[in-house]
Ligand binder design. Structure first.
Ligand SMILES: Nc1ncnc2c1ncn2[C@@H]1O[C@H](COP(=O)(O)OP(=O)(O)OP(=O)(O)O)[C@@H](O)[C@H]1O
Length: 250
């Protein structure tokens, strides 16, 4: 039985009269990828923002690592083990791949109280950064300037920077956006390779990737969940077919 890492119950977010997310519950288990799909404006990004603390919910709750983190700030939630890769890149383009990963690893470190702790921290930071570099498959680009690597490699770098904070839960917002076929295949392989140690929420428009990666899918339309289940169950769901998927994945 795998471990429940995050459990969101009955989340609702209202923007004035609009319920962008309405009564949505999501569980993230270790070694599982939970994909959230739906048409533009369905509420996927808003849901991700509620889980990361970027937005407070109007109602509902989020449990992370057995703590009720509802209403916590993003940095406090991140320190509890939630990592998020943004659609909008957080990379410092003039810095090298290694410098970017190292900065991300450093951001997790509490401020050193003494020079003694600083030396130990430095080792820990470098070890975390090395591990993230290795997992992301970017070793050969370690000393390349981030602005000079390909778009696909920059997305890999974002994942590496998120991994460098050693999260248990990963929220991935369109990690395949703008990628060609070969780059997308590399990203799918990367996500599968890091799945074992993490609980992952995947928001992604590339349905081939979603159906390859996901253990569970939740389908949202107009802020509400219209179906949730295994890829096979979602493929066979007539309501989902009508609302979203169309013929190609039937
Ligand atoms: N800060 C905000 N203020 C007001 N309305 C918002 C805000 N953020 C999102 N919305 C609205 O909430 C609804 C859900 O938006 P959201 O961005 O979560 O959808 P999405 O499923 O992520 O769409 P996409 O696939 O295009 O990214 C939309 O109608 C959007 O206009």
């Amino acid at each position: 039985m795998s471990e429940l890492l995050l459990s969101a119950k009955n989340l609702t977010k209202r923007f004035g009269g609009l319920a962008a997310v309405q009564g949505v519950s999501v569980d993230l288990w270790r070694d599982h990828i939970h994909a959230v799909i739906g048409p533009n404006g369905a509420g996927k990004s808003t849901l991700t923002n509620l889980l990361s603390g970027d937005l407070p919910p109007t109602s509902g709750s989020v449990m992370l690592d057995q703590h009720d983190v509802t209403g916590w700030s993003p940095s406090r939630i991140s320190a509890r083990g939630l990592g998020r890769s943004y659609q909008k890149t957080n990379i410092f383009l003039p810095f090298t791949v290694w410098e970017n990963i190292r900065l991300a690893a450093q951001s997790r470190e509490p401020h050193a109280a003494s020079w003694l702790r600083r030396a130990t921290n430095l080792e820990a930071i470098n070890a975390r950064a090395e591990r993230a570099l290795e997992l992301s498959g970017l070793q050969s680009r370690k000393n390349s300037v981030a602005g000079a690597i390909s778009h696909g490699e920059q997305r890999q770098l974002e994942i590496a920077m998120t991994l460098a904070t050693q999260p248990q839960v990963l929220l991935l917002d369109e990690p395949l956006a703008g990628m060609g076929v070969a780059e997308a295949e590399r990203m799918v392989a990367l996500l599968l390779s890091i799945k074992k140690d993490h609980g992952m929420l995947l928001v992604e428009h590339d349905m081939d990737a979603v159906f390859t990666l996901a253990d569970q899918l939740t389908v949202m339309v107009n802020g509400q969940v219209i179906a949730s289940g295994t890829p096979a169950q979602i493929r066979a769901d007539a309501g989902v077919q009508a609302a979203y998927l169309g013929e190609e994945h039937a």
